[in-house]
Design a protein. Structure first.
Length: 335
C-alpha cells in the first residue's frame, strides 16, 4: 500500500504565490515519483462543493471560499482541516501543515489521532504590519502549533532554538531550504524587459515594511549608480507603503510587477550582478536561497533567523550603512 501525505497550509499547486507553495510543489512531485500518494489542498475563489482532480500525479482537493485576504485563508484552513480529518478515516496517512497561522485547528487532527508534522515557518507575530489583535492571534497559534503538532520542522537553526523555548528540543528538526543551481540560461528574457545582463540588481520581496523595501530603494536612489535596481512585487496605489516606495525611487529603479514565470525568474536571477535581501523577520526566505543557487552576490540586512547558513563555497562580510547592519554574501560564481 502506498504511503499517503496530505499537505495543508498553502494555496495549492502548481506554485504561484510564495515559498510554501514552491516547497509544496517540489515535495509533492518528489514523493509522487517515489510511489507516494500526495494530496494537496488548494484554495479557490468561490464557495461550493469540494472538487477533486489531479496534476502531474498529485491529487488536489479544491476548496472554495467567498472571503478574501486573511479571513478567507482562515476559512479555507478550517475546511481543509476538517476534510483531512474525515479523509484520514478512509485512507490513513500523515498530514504536513505548512505554517502555524491557524494551528489551533490542528486540535481536531490531534483528537482524531491523525499524525501531523508542522513546518513552523518564521516568527510571524514580529511582523510590523500586524496590529495588536493579529499579533496576539499569531502568538496563540505559535504556542498551539508547537504543542499540537506531533513533530515540528524549522527551516533555520535560530528558529529551532526559538521553538525549543516552547517545547522539548527533541520535538524539533531543522531542515534547511535548498535551491536548484542555475547555469547556461539565455539573457533574452532579461533584454525583453529592457535590462542588460550584469548591469542590474534584483529585489524580490513582498512590499512590506519588515522586508526593508523602502530603505533599500531610498539608499539606492541617493545618487546615480549607473546600474538598475529591478524590483519585483505587486505595488498598488491604494497602499500607503507602496506609494512611499515608488515616490522614493530614482529613474534607475524599475518596478517589474509580480512575476511568477519560472524561466523568466531564473533568467533574472542568473544574469543580475547582485540580489538585495531586506527581510528582517521570519525564517529562511526561498528567494535568498534561490539567489545563491544562481551564484549571485547577495547584499542582505543581517537577521539571525533570516540569514542562510552558508557552506564552504560562500563568504560573508559585514557592512554598516547608516546604522543598518548588512551582510555581503559572495557565492562561488562571483569569486
Amino acid at each position: 500500500m502506498a504511503k499517503v501525505l496530505r499537505i495543508l497550509g498553502t494555496r495549492g499547486v502548481p506554485a504561484g504565490h510564495g515559498g510554501f507553495e514552491t516547497f509544496a510543489e517540489h515535495l509533492a512531485l518528489h514523493l509522487v515519483a517515489r510511489g507516494w500518494q500526495v494530496i494537496v489542498y488548494c484554495q479557490g475563489e468561490r464557495s461550493g462543493p469540494v472538487q477533486l482532480d489531479g496534476w502531474q500525479g498529485v491529487r488536489r482537493v479544491h476548496i472554495g471560499v467567498d472571503e478574501s485576504g486573511p479571513r478567507g485563508t482562515i476559512v479555507f484552513d478550517w475546511r481543509a482541516t476538517l476534510h483531512a480529518r474525515r479523509a484520514h478515516a478512509a485512507e490513513p496517512g500523515v498530514c504536513l501543515t505548512l505554517g502555524y497561522n491557524t494551528a489551533v485547528f490542528c486540535a481536531w487532527l490531534r483528537l482524531r489521532g491523525v499524525p501531523n508534522i508542522i513546518n513552523m515557518d518564521g516568527i510571524e507575530w514580529r511582523r510590523d504590519k500586524w496590529g495588536v489583535a493579529a499579533k496576539a492571534w499569531f502568538r496563540l497559534n505559535e504556542w498551539a502549533g508547537a504543542r499540537l503538532g506531533n513533530h515540528l520542522v524549522a527551516d533555520h537553526p535560530e528558529i529551532a532554538l526559538h521553538l525549543a523555548r516552547i517545547v522539548c528540543a527533541r520535538k524539533v528538526s531543522t531542515i534547511a531550504y535548498g535551491a536548484i543551481a542555475l547555469g547556461n540560461l539565455s539573457d533574452a528574457p532579461v533584454r525583453l524587459l529592457g535590462l542588460e545582463a550584469g548591469r542590474y540588481m534584483t529585489l524580490i520581496a513582498r512590499p512590506e515594511p519588515e522586508n526593508s523595501v523602502l530603505e533599500v530603494v531610498q539608499a539606492f536612489s541617493r545618487r546615480r549608480r549607473g546600474h538598475t535596481l529591478a524590483v519585483l512585487g505587486s505595488y498598488v496605489e491604494a497602499n500607503a507603503y507602496h506609494r512611499a516606495v515608488r515616490a522614493a525611487a530614482s529613474d534607475e529603479v524599475r518596478f517589474l510587477g509580480a512575476i511568477y514565470d519560472k524561466p523568466l525568474l531564473n533568467a533574472l536571477r542568473l544574469h543580475c550582478s547582485a540580489y538585495v535581501h531586506g527581510h528582517r523577520v521570519g525564517g529562511t526566505n526561498p528567494s535568498l536561497v534561490e539567489a545563491l543557487g544562481a551564484g549571485n552576490a547577495v547584499l542582505e540586512i543581517c537577521c539571525e533567523t533570516c540569514a542562510v547558513p552558508l557552506g564552504s563555497g560562500t563568504k560573508r562580510s559585514a557592512i554598516d550603512n547608516g546604522g543598518i547592519k548588512c551582510g555581503l554574501i559572495l557565492a562561488s560564481r562571483m569569486m
